[in-house]
Design a binder for this molecule. Sequence first.
Ligand code: NI
Length: 205
Amino acid sequence: MNRSKNLRLWLVLAVALLLAAGLGWMRFSTPPAPPGNLAGASLGGPFTLTNQDGQMVRDTDFAGRWRLIYFGYGFCPDVCPTDLALVGRGLQAFEAQDAGRAANVAPIFITIDPERDTPAVLKPFVAAFHPRLVGLTGTPEQITAVSRRFGVYAKRMDTDDPQNYLMDHSAMIYLFDPEGKPVAFLPHQGLTADAVTALLATHVR
Ligand code: NI
Protein backbone atom coordinates (compact mmCIF):
# COMPACT_ATOMS: atom_id res chain seq x y z
CA MET A 1 0.00 0.00 0.00
CA ASN A 2 1.49 3.32 -0.99
CA ARG A 3 1.61 6.35 1.20
CA SER A 4 -1.21 8.43 -0.35
CA LYS A 5 -3.57 5.45 -0.34
CA ASN A 6 -2.81 4.92 3.33
CA LEU A 7 -3.54 8.55 4.10
CA ARG A 8 -6.84 8.41 2.21
CA LEU A 9 -7.86 5.32 4.19
CA TRP A 10 -7.14 7.14 7.45
CA LEU A 11 -9.14 10.15 6.29
CA VAL A 12 -12.13 7.96 5.39
CA LEU A 13 -11.92 6.26 8.79
CA ALA A 14 -11.71 9.60 10.60
CA VAL A 15 -14.75 11.00 8.76
CA ALA A 16 -16.71 7.80 9.46
CA LEU A 17 -15.86 8.03 13.17
CA LEU A 18 -16.91 11.69 13.31
CA LEU A 19 -20.22 10.89 11.58
CA ALA A 20 -20.91 8.01 13.94
CA ALA A 21 -20.16 10.21 16.94
CA GLY A 22 -22.42 12.95 15.54
CA LEU A 23 -25.32 10.56 14.93
CA GLY A 24 -24.86 9.07 18.38
CA TRP A 25 -24.97 12.51 19.93
CA MET A 26 -28.11 13.48 17.96
CA ARG A 27 -29.85 10.35 19.12
CA PHE A 28 -28.76 11.04 22.68
CA SER A 29 -29.94 14.68 22.63
CA THR A 30 -33.44 13.90 21.23
CA PRO A 31 -34.56 10.58 22.66
CA PRO A 32 -37.41 8.87 20.79
CA ALA A 33 -40.86 9.72 22.15
CA PRO A 34 -42.49 7.05 24.30
CA PRO A 35 -45.55 5.43 22.68
CA GLY A 36 -48.71 7.40 23.42
CA ASN A 37 -51.94 5.93 24.76
CA LEU A 38 -53.39 5.76 21.24
CA ALA A 39 -50.39 4.15 19.53
CA GLY A 40 -51.68 1.58 17.05
CA ALA A 41 -55.35 2.55 17.48
CA SER A 42 -57.50 2.57 14.35
CA LEU A 43 -58.76 6.11 14.72
CA GLY A 44 -58.95 9.01 12.28
CA GLY A 45 -58.73 8.94 8.52
CA PRO A 46 -59.75 11.00 5.54
CA PHE A 47 -62.22 13.88 5.79
CA THR A 48 -63.49 16.74 3.67
CA LEU A 49 -64.86 19.68 5.64
CA THR A 50 -65.24 23.48 5.47
CA ASN A 51 -63.18 25.90 7.55
CA GLN A 52 -64.19 29.13 9.31
CA ASP A 53 -63.42 31.09 6.12
CA GLY A 54 -65.73 28.91 4.04
CA GLN A 55 -62.86 27.10 2.29
CA MET A 56 -62.85 23.36 1.68
CA VAL A 57 -60.31 21.55 3.87
CA ARG A 58 -59.12 17.96 3.60
CA ASP A 59 -57.15 15.85 6.07
CA THR A 60 -54.32 15.81 3.50
CA ASP A 61 -53.99 19.61 3.90
CA PHE A 62 -52.43 18.83 7.30
CA ALA A 63 -49.91 16.30 5.91
CA GLY A 64 -46.52 16.70 7.58
CA ARG A 65 -47.99 18.49 10.60
CA TRP A 66 -48.95 17.33 14.07
CA ARG A 67 -52.68 17.75 14.69
CA LEU A 68 -54.19 18.68 18.03
CA ILE A 69 -57.88 17.91 17.51
CA TYR A 70 -60.95 18.66 19.61
CA PHE A 71 -64.57 17.86 18.76
CA GLY A 72 -67.35 19.97 20.29
CA TYR A 73 -69.80 22.76 19.49
CA GLY A 74 -69.85 26.53 19.61
CA PHE A 75 -73.06 26.79 21.65
CA CYS A 76 -71.70 24.48 24.37
CA PRO A 77 -72.36 26.21 27.69
CA ASP A 78 -69.48 24.69 29.67
CA VAL A 79 -67.23 21.79 28.65
CA CYS A 80 -66.10 22.88 25.16
CA PRO A 81 -65.12 26.49 25.99
CA THR A 82 -63.32 25.25 29.11
CA ASP A 83 -61.36 22.57 27.23
CA LEU A 84 -60.58 24.83 24.27
CA ALA A 85 -59.27 27.56 26.58
CA LEU A 86 -56.92 24.98 28.16
CA VAL A 87 -55.85 23.72 24.71
CA GLY A 88 -55.12 27.30 23.62
CA ARG A 89 -53.13 28.10 26.76
CA GLY A 90 -51.29 24.78 26.67
CA LEU A 91 -50.26 25.30 23.05
CA GLN A 92 -49.20 28.88 23.78
CA ALA A 93 -46.97 27.65 26.60
CA PHE A 94 -45.43 25.08 24.22
CA GLU A 95 -44.86 27.87 21.68
CA ALA A 96 -43.00 29.86 24.34
CA GLN A 97 -40.98 26.75 25.24
CA ASP A 98 -40.10 25.57 21.72
CA ALA A 99 -41.35 27.81 18.91
CA GLY A 100 -39.87 25.57 16.21
CA ARG A 101 -41.68 22.40 17.21
CA ALA A 102 -44.87 24.29 18.11
CA ALA A 103 -45.06 25.86 14.64
CA ASN A 104 -45.57 22.35 13.25
CA VAL A 105 -48.64 21.74 15.43
CA ALA A 106 -52.03 22.43 13.80
CA PRO A 107 -54.76 23.01 16.40
CA ILE A 108 -58.13 21.94 14.97
CA PHE A 109 -61.69 22.25 16.29
CA ILE A 110 -64.33 20.09 14.56
CA THR A 111 -67.97 20.83 15.32
CA ILE A 112 -70.48 18.09 16.07
CA ASP A 113 -73.31 20.65 15.60
CA PRO A 114 -73.06 21.64 11.92
CA GLU A 115 -76.58 23.10 11.81
CA ARG A 116 -75.70 26.01 14.10
CA ASP A 117 -71.90 26.07 13.68
CA THR A 118 -71.66 27.71 10.27
CA PRO A 119 -68.28 29.12 9.14
CA ALA A 120 -69.48 32.59 10.20
CA VAL A 121 -70.29 31.31 13.71
CA LEU A 122 -67.04 29.35 13.96
CA LYS A 123 -64.77 32.25 12.92
CA PRO A 124 -65.03 34.39 16.09
CA PHE A 125 -65.47 31.25 18.22
CA VAL A 126 -62.11 29.66 17.32
CA ALA A 127 -60.29 33.02 17.32
CA ALA A 128 -61.19 33.41 21.00
CA PHE A 129 -59.03 30.40 21.98
CA HIS A 130 -55.92 30.49 19.79
CA PRO A 131 -54.94 32.64 16.79
CA ARG A 132 -54.12 29.52 14.74
CA LEU A 133 -57.08 27.37 15.80
CA VAL A 134 -58.81 26.04 12.67
CA GLY A 135 -62.60 25.60 12.94
CA LEU A 136 -64.16 22.92 10.76
CA THR A 137 -67.80 22.28 9.91
CA GLY A 138 -69.63 20.53 7.10
CA THR A 139 -72.85 18.89 6.05
CA PRO A 140 -74.54 16.71 8.69
CA GLU A 141 -73.37 13.67 6.65
CA GLN A 142 -69.74 14.87 6.60
CA ILE A 143 -69.81 15.55 10.34
CA THR A 144 -71.37 12.15 11.11
CA ALA A 145 -68.68 10.47 9.00
CA VAL A 146 -65.73 12.31 10.61
CA SER A 147 -67.15 11.82 14.13
CA ARG A 148 -67.42 8.09 13.53
CA ARG A 149 -63.89 7.83 12.13
CA PHE A 150 -62.51 9.66 15.17
CA GLY A 151 -64.55 7.67 17.69
CA VAL A 152 -66.56 10.68 18.84
CA TYR A 153 -69.99 10.24 20.38
CA ALA A 154 -72.51 13.07 19.84
CA LYS A 155 -76.25 13.21 20.46
CA ARG A 156 -78.72 16.06 20.21
CA MET A 157 -80.63 16.78 23.43
CA ASP A 158 -83.79 18.77 22.71
CA THR A 159 -85.13 21.39 25.10
CA ASP A 160 -88.44 23.33 25.07
CA ASP A 161 -86.88 25.87 22.67
CA PRO A 162 -85.96 24.16 19.37
CA GLN A 163 -83.17 26.70 18.75
CA ASN A 164 -81.57 26.08 22.13
CA TYR A 165 -80.94 22.36 22.01
CA LEU A 166 -77.84 20.94 23.67
CA MET A 167 -75.40 18.35 22.37
CA ASP A 168 -74.30 15.49 24.58
CA HIS A 169 -70.84 14.55 23.38
CA SER A 170 -67.55 12.91 24.28
CA ALA A 171 -64.82 15.42 25.14
CA MET A 172 -61.15 14.62 24.66
CA ILE A 173 -58.02 16.18 23.23
CA TYR A 174 -56.48 14.13 20.44
CA LEU A 175 -52.92 14.28 19.15
CA PHE A 176 -52.28 12.85 15.67
CA ASP A 177 -48.86 12.57 14.06
CA PRO A 178 -47.73 14.15 10.75
CA GLU A 179 -48.98 11.07 8.87
CA GLY A 180 -52.42 11.34 10.46
CA LYS A 181 -51.92 8.40 12.82
CA PRO A 182 -53.30 8.64 16.38
CA VAL A 183 -50.66 9.22 19.06
CA ALA A 184 -52.38 10.04 22.36
CA PHE A 185 -55.42 11.61 23.94
CA LEU A 186 -56.18 13.53 27.13
CA PRO A 187 -59.63 13.16 28.72
CA HIS A 188 -61.71 16.19 29.71
CA GLN A 189 -61.70 14.94 33.29
CA GLY A 190 -58.88 16.67 35.15
CA LEU A 191 -57.59 18.47 32.05
CA THR A 192 -55.08 21.28 32.63
CA ALA A 193 -53.12 23.59 30.31
CA ASP A 194 -49.92 22.02 31.72
CA ALA A 195 -51.13 18.58 30.64
CA VAL A 196 -51.66 19.87 27.09
CA THR A 197 -48.15 21.39 27.06
CA ALA A 198 -46.69 18.13 28.40
CA LEU A 199 -48.54 16.09 25.77
CA LEU A 200 -46.99 18.22 23.02
CA ALA A 201 -43.51 18.36 24.61
CA THR A 202 -43.51 14.56 25.00
CA HIS A 203 -44.55 13.58 21.51
CA VAL A 204 -44.01 16.37 18.97
CA ARG A 205 -40.66 16.00 17.17
NI1 NI B 1 -69.30 20.77 24.77
